[in-house]
Every structure is written in structure tokens, then in C-alpha cells.
Design a protein around this ligand. Structure first.
Ligand code: 8YV
Length: 330
């Protein structure tokens, strides 16, 4: 019988990463594309000490099915799918994958700002629909808003926020405002970032960027009142989690001209239903939650998640999420 810890791998991973996991663990793996169906996942938890997953909820139901569970490793930086209290009560460690995706997500945020501000997706559809004809375009029909030298307000100045700040200031000469749980003297010094209250940030920014983790404090942080503070010429960008925003209030703000447009990588429900009114609005750029989705970054995240699982189950190095660090004695 194998003396290696038993673990469940709920998605197919690169062969190198699988080989690394096999060296350390007795693995039960989902071999097909996509993620192991929930019912099967729950049935497979009985004997395992560790689980590798991405966004699947680790809640009371999950934990009830896993009496031997000691660690869950998520291949994501966000961990709002962890029920922290339930995990704490059973002493289950949770790990995530910070750092390796910062630049990739920051690139996408700049792409959303450019795409919304310069109307890239809308005008691409315009050309392809054969509407770019002599005499058909009048006055400022095709004009958008500059990104360079505009004011960007970043909500959530963590590692990804800082990578966005760097690009916005060094690449686009933007004015930088931020709102965060704590002041970031380094970011203020390096990029001239100015701290603002949430209200003032919303009032002063041309591009408002949401990049805060989803927590009880940030859930529905932006709603009708907050949109009404924004400039009618401003754009709202969300690459954090859909639930940080009251989506209905955002739809209304976009439909009635309270704000000019939006660039969204995340939605309240994912995949977002095809009848979501956001999908009908020309002033909204929508993406299917691809912030970290490049081959290299997803490989790096998956490798880091595998290393975290090894570290968590063998007392080695692991990126344990902040709220669960106390479970490990140093
Ligand atoms: C994840 C993300 O890959 O890291 C995160 O928090 O949002 C993405 O990069 C995705 O959530 C995995 O399900």
C-alpha cells in the first residue's frame, strides 16, 4: 500500500505538473476536459487529505464529505469560494496562487480600459458589419475617450493593483488615485498615487478600476449611489469578482447615461446568462473571466498550486490564505 498522502485533483493538469504531483501523492484525478462534476467530487473526498481545485466552493457540504481533509489548494489568487469559518473549525489549510498572475491580469485591465474608452469591440463589429461606408459616418460618431493622461482610480491596491498602477503611470502617463484597506506608501512614492476616500475617487476618476478581493466588506460595494457619484463621461472596469458590484444598478447606470461605459471580465453569475441586458449594450465590453488566462500564467498558477499542496501537506512552503495562516504553527 502507498504511504503517500491521498489527494484529489479535480481538473486535468499539464503532464509535468501531474508527474510532480505523482511523486508526492497517491492521486485520484479527473482526466477529462473541464472540472470534475460536483457530485463526483463530493463522492471522491472520503479518503483524501488534500484537494487541488480552482473555483469550486469549499463549504460545509464539501467538508462534511471529507473527514480526513487537511489542505485545499486553489489555482487562483481569489479565494472567495473558501468558507473560511468552516475550514478553520476543522483545521483545514487553504492555499492560493498570488504573484504569478499579477502582470497578466494587469495587462487585461489596461486592455479593457483601452477597449471601452476607444470603443474597440463596438467599432470592430461596426466595420465587420459593413457599416464603414463613405458618407455613413458623421461628425464625432466614432470618437472615444483617451486613456493616456486620464485619471484612473483603482479600488483595491494589492499586488495586481500595483501592477496596473505601474502600467497606467509608466505606460500611459495617467493620474493615479486609489482606495484600499490600507495606505500604500511604496505605491505613492513609486507612481505618485494619491489616496482618496471611495466617494472622492468615484467623483474624480475617468476610469474606475475594481480589483479588490470579494469579502463580506466588498460585496456590493458599488451600487446605485456609487455610480451616481461617477462622471457621466467615466468608464467602470471590473476584473475582480462580479459580486463586488450591484449588477442591476450597473445596468441602469449604463442604460441611462449615468456613466459612459464599462469593461467587464466578471459577472454576478458565471457564465453570465445570455439574456443579461449587459450583453446588449454597445458601450459595454464583456469578457468570459479571462483575467489570468494565458498559457504561461495558467501553467505557473497550476504549478504553484501543486507546490502549495505539497508544502501544506508536508510542512513545507505554501501560500496559505491570510485568514488561515494561524492554523499552522511556526
Ligand atoms: C482564476 C481568478 O484562474 O485567480 C483568480 O482569482 O479569478 C482567475 O485567475 C479563476 O478564478 C479560476 O477559477
Amino acid at each position: 500500500m502507498s504511504s503517500k498522502p491521498k489527494v484529489l485533483i479535480t481538473q486535468k493538469v499539464h503532464e509535468n505538473i501531474q508527474a510532480y504531483l505523482n511523486e508526492h501523492f497517491d492521486c485520484t484525478c479527473w482526466e477529462q476536459e473541464g472540472v470534475m462534476p460536483r457530485a463526483q467530487m463530493l463522492e471522491s473526498l472520503k479518503e483524501v487529505q488534500g484537494v487541488f481545485l480552482s473555483g469550486s466552493p469549499v463549504n460545509a457540504e464539501f467538508i462534511e464529505h471529507a473527514p480526513k481533509l487537511r489542505a485545499v489548494s486553489s489555482a487562483s489568487v481569489g479565494y472567495n469560494h473558501f468558507d473560511i469559518e468552516a475550514m478553520k473549525s476543522k483545521g483545514i489549510i487553504g492555499t492560493h496562487t498570488p504573484y504569478v498572475l499579477d502582470g497578466t491580469v494587469a495587462d487585461l485591465v489596461l486592455a479593457l480600459m483601452l477597449s471601452a474608452g476607444r470603443r474597440i469591440a463596438e467599432l470592430d463589429a461596426f466595420v465587420k458589419a459593413g457599416k464603414w461606408q463613405k458618407g455613413a459616418v458623421k461628425g464625432n460618431d466614432l470618437f472615444g475617450m483617451d486613456v493616456h493622461h486620464a485619471t484612473v482610480g483603482i479600488i483595491g491596491m494589492g499586488r495586481i493593483g500595483e501592477a496596473i498602477a505601474k502600467r497606467a503611470v509608466n505606460g500611459f502617463d495617467m493620474e493615479l488615485l486609489y482606495y484600499s484597506r490600507s495606505r500604500k506608501p511604496d505605491v505613492e512614492e513609486l507612481y505618485g498615487a494619491q489616496y482618496r476616500s471611495l466617494e472622492d475617487l468615484l467623483k474624480e476618476s475617468d476610469y474606475v478600476v475594481m480589483i479588490t478581493p470579494l469579502t463580506p466588506e466588498t460585496e456590493n460595494m458599488i451600487g446605485k449611489e456609487q455610480f451616481s457619484l461617477m462622471k457621466p463621461s467615466a468608464f467602470f472596469i471590473n476584473a475582480s469578482r462580479g459580486a463586488t458590484v450591484d449588477e442591476q444598478a450597473m445596468i441602469e447606470a449604463l442604460q441611462n447615461g449615468t456613466i459612459r461605459g464599462a469593461g467587464l471580465d466578471v459577472f454576478q453569475q458565471e457564465p453570465t446568462p445570455i439574456d443579461n441586458p449587459l450583453l446588449k449594450l454597445p458601450n459595454v465590453v464583456t469578457l468570459p473571466h479571462i483575467g489570468s488566462a494565458t498559457e504561461k500564467t495558467r501553467y505557473d498558477m497550476t504549478m504553484l498550486a501543486a507546490e502549495n499542496l505539497v508544502g501544506a501537506l508536508t510542512g513545507g512552503k505554501a501560500y496559505i490564505v491570510e485568514e488561515l495562516k494561524g492554523l499552522v504553527k511556526s
